[in-house]
Design a binder for this molecule. Structure first.
Ligand code: BG6
Length: 486
């Protein structure tokens, strides 16, 4: 046992010793996200020496070659503590590289034999399919054929889970032919972000905001997920998806759900997911004027072909229930925008009666700005008296809670939390099938409209095309504060 692992592991952080099998284990997702996340968890002592990681691929490299490929993605972790290099070696000792051909089954028996040495109902055996969705069905069949679909076995998959409702149903049918819904963990990595989870804490662990959280007090909600990078190497993949499928159907709708859902009776997987599902089912179908699509100017050049694929999408959504009747939710996302920043902005209504009656009134409405990334934090925009003489003059002011300054602690990457939850058997932050399908039910008609629509071209490093969604309102998009700006 390494010195690190002799230290006491906090009870709340413990995950059971498990076997973690990653199909596509030497591919991009595994190298960039999954294995580095496991290494961070190893450094934080959440993984014990009893944990085993199996990286499977059709052709596996030697451990040395694999280590060289992995190392650049672990640099931050390696620099985080003095003994990290030693621990990296210890971590590598729980990794096994195993050749498995998903299509003809070669290698699966050997993998199964190794797993079965420790196979028991108490020991989770997790299969993460970091392969193309076209291989999901064959992977599940193979896992079943070698006797590895027992109740303690779990399946982790990630989008794209289809490109519309019909294909999503087909893919999920393939998974459900082998695993039950309770064994399936569908990742939306936004749900693993610390600040996204904090949204639930903010709403349901504080009375302050929840009392205000209705159409009586809220004027509108804006959700922005802006990216400064373009599609780059992913152009061929991205062109088949576009912003609506790549970001809106999953990440943005999940954020909208967390803002709009009713408080569940308990913070428990199915109760949280039931409430999110109710929001998705209450979404009113958008009209063409509620949708704005754009494409950044260099996109066609990067793709090298003509295309109508949207790299920017903005929607005005309404949730037809008592709490939200009449409150527009504006959601937008785009590539090659001014900055990388994700924010949720709740704009409150003006006070019902104005006692000040000032000639020079510069008041802005109260706003709660939930900054998801980067510079995670909360800002509450208020109005204050301008200090000093001169009578009553009002100025905007801000209560600012920066998570970085307040908690002085590294925020783990989304994958770290999600991977640990699969080992713990906690599905709260994973999407249930009915949620995925309800999100497609909402997005499918928008995709039909998009197929016949020419996206508006926007300049790189702008905030997207000229807006049409706020026409005839007193509001406008609020641009997130850029990193470094105060
Ligand atoms: C992915 C999308 O799901 O999320 C990418 O496929 C996008 O296109 C990415 O860039 C954004 O994630 P994050 O965590 O960088 O905000």
């Amino acid at each position: 046992m390494s010195a690190l692992h002799q230290k006491k592991i906090p009870d709340s952080a413990i995950v059971p010793a498990s076997d973690y099998v990653i199909f596509g284990g030497t591919g991009d997702l595994s190298l960039r996200k999954i294995v580095p996340a496991l290494f961070w968890r190893w450094l934080d002592r959440q993984l014990s020496d009893e944990f085993r990681i199996y990286l499977s691929a059709r052709n596996v490299p030697s451990l040395d070659d694999f280590t060289n490929a992995l190392r650049p993605f672990c640099e931050e972790a390696l620099a985080s503590q003095d003994d990290a290099e030693v621990e990296f070696e210890n971590f590598l000792s729980i990794i096994n590289l195993v050749p498995v051909n998903i299509l003809n089954g070669e290698g699966a028996e050997a993998l199964a034999a190794s797993l079965k040495e420790r196979f028991s109902p108490e020991r989770p055996c997790i299969f993460y399919l970091a392969v193309a969705p076209s291989l999901f069905g064959a992977s599940c069949q193979l896992i079943q054929s070698v006797g590895l679909s027992e109740p303690q076995c779990r399946l982790v998959v990630e989008k794209p889970l289809g490109s519309d409702g019909t294909s999503a149903r087909q893919i999920n049918d393939e998974l459900l032919a082998v695993f039950s819904e309770e064994q399936i963990y569908r990742i939306d990595h936004y749900l693993g972000k610390e600040t996204v989870q904090n949204l639930m804490a903010l709403r349901f662990a504080n009375v302050l905001f929840e009392n205000q959280w209705t159409n009586q007090n809220i004027d509108h909600v804006q959700i922005t997920v802006a990216e400064d990078l373009g599609v780059g190497q992913r152009a061929a993949y991205y062109d088949k998806f576009g912003a609506l499928r790549d970001m809106v159907q999953n990440h943005l709708l999940q954020l909208l759900c967390l803002v709009a859902m009713e408080p569940p009776a308990k913070f428990q997987a199915n109760q949280v997911r039931d409430e999110k599902l109710r929001v998705l089912r209450a979404l009113r179908q958008t009209k063409p004027e509620d949708v704005q699509l754009g494409q950044y100017r260099d996109y066609l050049e990067e793709l090298g072909a003509p295309s109508n694929t949207e790299t920017y999408a903005a929607l005005r959504c309404y949730i037809d229930n008592w709490r939200w009747a009449g409150v527009p939710f504006y959601i937008r996302t785009g590539k090659k925008l001014t900055m990388r920043a994700s924010e949720i902005i709740i704009t409150f209504k003006q006070s019902p009666h104005d006692i000040f009656d000032l000639a020079d009134d510069t008041r802005t409405p109260n706003r709660l700005v939930i900054r998801l990334q980067p510079q995670e934090g909360l800002r509450l925009q208020l109005t204050s008296k301008a200090p000093g003489p001169g009578g009553m003059r009002l100025l905007p002011s801000e209560l600012n809670l920066s998570f970085g300054d307040t908690f002085d602690q590294r925020l783990p990457d989304a994958y770290e939390r999600l991977l640990m939850d699969t080992a713990r058997g906690n599905q709260t932050l994973f999407m249930r099938l009915d949620e995925v399908l309800a999100a497609w039910d909402f997005v499918d008609p928008i995709l039909k409209h998009a197929a016949d629509t020419q996206p508006a071209i926007y300049h790189t490093s702008s905030m997207g095309p000229a807006d049409s969604l706020f026409a005839n309102t007193e509001s406008d998009w609020i641009t997130p504060v850029e990193e470094g700006a105060s």
